[in-house]
Design a binder for this molecule. Structure first.
Ligand SMILES: [Zn+2]
Length: 260
């Protein structure tokens, strides 16, 4: 029986979670990494892990750059320290300069950097990997991860320039593929360039993805990680079993999700 791992899902934002976890299990999703985006979301994901103990749920706590407020930082650091044995990663953390109101706002960018640096330093201290959101801030994110000297991290849903991607791969860091491979030229370009050895697969569910079929799109669930695998194999022209084995190995390597 083939089994797969979703290395990035927002379970705390998932509607009808019991049903979603059930269909993931039925479709042989062996494990899910639940990533968080702020203090409350981190608490919620820790609760979800306890509540759904039959599902293999791994948890990452952190503050997403779009929610990066210094006011929550100390409490989030404390929560992470108190629960460090429950955690598989720190995330989702990083920087997001995508929108103009951030791009042109030095104070906001500085606040994001302060939050990111504190949390990635904590990841290093606790010997945990980091799940990094880097949209529009790819080079800054790489520089910080490199400077901090984190051992393992993934630049989740990487869609930035190849020059930065070369550095990410050169350091042995990872990027991840999502169902956006169906339509996003930037994601396709990055995934084409990155070796399988440096790639993870995920859904970022419950994100809404466009599709080319009549439905026009769908709200992702962890079971759709199979869709990511299919899109990946078509794009890279690689054997599905071979890629799946490697993705499972990579999830075990980065997040210690040894469950397949
Ligand atoms: Zn995410």
């Amino acid at each position: 029986m083939k089994r797969i791992i979703d290395t990035h899902a927002h379970l705390d934002h998932t509607k009808d979670l019991a049903r979603v976890l059930d269909s993931a299990a039925q479709e042989n999703v062996a494990a899910i990494l639940a990533v968080s985006e702020d203090l409350q979301s981190s608490k919620d994901n820790l609760e979800i892990k306890k509540k759904f103990s039959n599902s293999k749920i791994f948890v990452a706590c952190g503050i997403h750059p779009s929610k990066a407020h210094l006011i929550e930082l100390d409490a989030c650091v404390n929560l992470i320290r108190e629960n460090k044995n429950e955690l598989s990663a720190i995330g989702e953390i990083g920087l997001d300069y995508w929108y103009n109101w951030v791009k042109k706002n030095e104070d906001k960018k500085e606040e994001q950097r302060k939050v990111f640096i504190r949390l990635i330093e904590l990841a290093k201290e606790l010997n945990l990997p980091a799940a990094i959101h880097s949209r529009g801030a790819w080079e800054d994110c790489f520089d910080i991860a490199d400077k901090v000297g984190i051992k393992n991290c993934v630049f989740h849903w990487y869609s930035g320039p190849v020059e930065t991607l070369k550095k990410i791969i050169g350091k042995g860091f990872f990027i991840s593929a999502t169902p956006s491979l169906e339509y996003s030229p930037e994601a396709q370009k990055a995934i084409k360039y990155a070796p399988l050895e440096n790639t993870l697969i995920e859904t970022d569910s419950p994100v809404f993805y466009k599709t080319k079929d009549a439905a026009g799109g769908f709200t992702a669930e962890p079971k759709d990680v199979w869709r990511t695998l299919k899109l990946y194999c078509e794009l890279k022209n690689v054997d599905s079993d071979f890629a799946l084995n490697k993705f499972n190995e990579n999830a075990a390597h980065v997040f210690k999700m040894n469950c397949v």
